[in-house]
Design a protein around this ligand. Structure first.
Ligand SMILES: Cc1ncc(COP(=O)(O)O)c(C=O)c1O
Length: 438
């Protein structure tokens, strides 16, 4: 056995100090803290791939608009709870420009990031009909969304889409929906953590079944248009970001400033409620609130209670970024393409040293290079691999926490620095020597 870059005892002791019985279940924050401690004690730099935080400068268009808004005095005023008019208008245009779907400005609601968007959506969806008390996750997914349901005491069900791609999705999805207890279906596309992208055939299935069983689809577009296999960045021209919005009227699109515009710090996004859903009334909402439609309850009851609106200046930033993108003056994807380049290089290194991609294809097409990818190593469980890689100064989270049933890790490209490819190559070479594949 060759020496590992970081002493095994140091990592084991740090994990023990954190009292983590099963490393496969360690949260992102725990992995991050253990890596930081081990880095400080050993003096060896970690290659940090656990956090899904944007690693790029914030969009200059947004920063400038926000500064101007502040100088114009918006901080003094409560923002309009519906979202400022300019943001609503540009969000509606953005959906037309990059998805090719018509959705009125009225339904485009400012939220303090997609996290608030899903929280408010989960609440609204689960209050519509008494018998529909369960949210269905098409997993793997973003662990905090399940945490949101736990916080609000709502039920959820989940399945790993790994074995149900393409037409197989229909039967699987229907097996849950036909029970009649599902209020909403949630998934991200491109997907955190696996970076699979559901295609039009699959989105059509989701849309058709959502209509058939009267279920609301929450389409989380946190990584909007970041499927770099196609150029989705030219406004009002195909190809467009695929969306369930083409196949059902029961949907909310969750668009975030955080990743596509590197604007996570300001907590800004838009939750876009379809025209039909916005105006629909539901027995559960009428009973609870004495009236209102899905859209008005979402805004005037739920968002009002949660945060009474979204940071005024950040709305100006988001409006300006969307407008510049819609006008074809700002190709936001150019700024984030670097994540794809990093993924390609990192994947090459891992594959060269005996690792494999866990989620490797969208049906017959290799997955895109993007913000995340998933890796496994023969004979190792998620927890074993996550822990073992820590000895080599590489931190990543186990897929167990994402609702995946596969063995492996999620690796995020956002914090990778240029000098770290060589470092990773050297370390994974030793890893492979220490773990020969029989
Ligand atoms: C799938 C997914 N949805 C939502 C979010 C959070 O978005 P926001 O920062 O807009 O709250 C993230 C962030 O990592 C994500 O990966």
């Amino acid at each position: 056995m060759k020496n590992t870059p970081i002493k095994k005892e140091l990592i084991d002791k740090t994990i023990e100090d954190f009292q983590i019985a099963d490393f496969a279940k360690a949260t992102i924050r725990e992995v991050q803290a253990i890596a930081a401690n081990a880095e400080a004690s050993s003096g060896v730099e970690f290659i940090k791939m656990e956090m899904g935080v944007p690693g790029l400068p914030a969009s200059a268009v947004g920063v400038q608009a926000e500064i101007e808004a502040l100088q114009n005095g918006v901080a003094r005023l409560y923002p309009n709870i519906n979202g400022i008019a300019e943001l609503k208008k540009e969000a509606s245009r953005f959906i037309k420009a990059f998805i090719n779907v018509d959705l009125k400005p009225e339904g485009c609601v400012a939220v303090t990031g997609s996290m608030q968007g899903t929280y408010a959506s989960f609440l609204a969806c689960s209050q519509c009909n008494e018998e529909k008390d369960t949210v269905l996750f098409i997993d793997p997914g973003f662990p905090v969304q399940k945490q949101q349901l736990i916080v609000m005491g709502q039920k959820y069900e989940t399945f790993d889409v790994y074995d149900y791609r393409g037409e197989k999705l229909r039967e699987k999805l229907e097996s849950y929906l036909k029970k009649g207890n599902v209020s909403a279906i949630v998934y991200s596309n491109p997907n955190n953590p696996s970076w699979i992208c559901l295609n039009d055939q699959e989105l059509r299935i989701i849309g058709e079944l959502a209509t058939k069983y009267d279920v609301i689809v929450l389409e989380d577009l946190a990584y909007f248009a970041m499927d770099f296999r196609k150029d989705l960045g030219t406004p009002f021209q195909p190809p467009f970001q695929p969306s369930v919005a083409h196949y059902t009227d029961n949907y909310i699109l969750l668009i975030s400033g955080s990743k596509a515009f590197s604007y996570a710090g300001q907590r800004i996004g838009v939750s876009c409620i379809s025209d039909k859903l916005y105006h629909r009334s539901y027995p559960g909402l009428t009973k609870r609130y004495g009236g209102g439609t899905f859209g008005t309850v979402f805004i005037h009851r739920i968002l009002y209670a949660l945060s009474s609106g979204t940071s005024h200046s950040a709305q100006f930033a988001m409006a300006a970024m969307l407008k510049a993108a819609n006008d074809g003056q700002y190709n936001f994807l150019d700024e984030v393409k670097i994540y794809g380049e990093r993924a390609r290089k990192l994947k090459d290194i891992f594959l060269r040293h005996g690792f494999h991609l866990v989620y490797d294809t969208d049906l017959d097409e290799p997955i895109a290079d993007g913000f995340y990818f998933t890796i496994g190593y023969p004979g190792m469980t998620s927890g074993e691999l996550a822990k073992e890689l820590m000895y080599y100064g590489v931190s990543a989270i186990s897929l167990v926490t994402t609702g995946s049933h596969q063995q492996g890790l999620r690796a995020c490209t956002s914090f990778i620095k240029d000098h770290q490819y060589e470092q990773l190559d050297e370390r994974m070479k030793i890893f492979a020597e220490n773990h020969p594949i029989s």
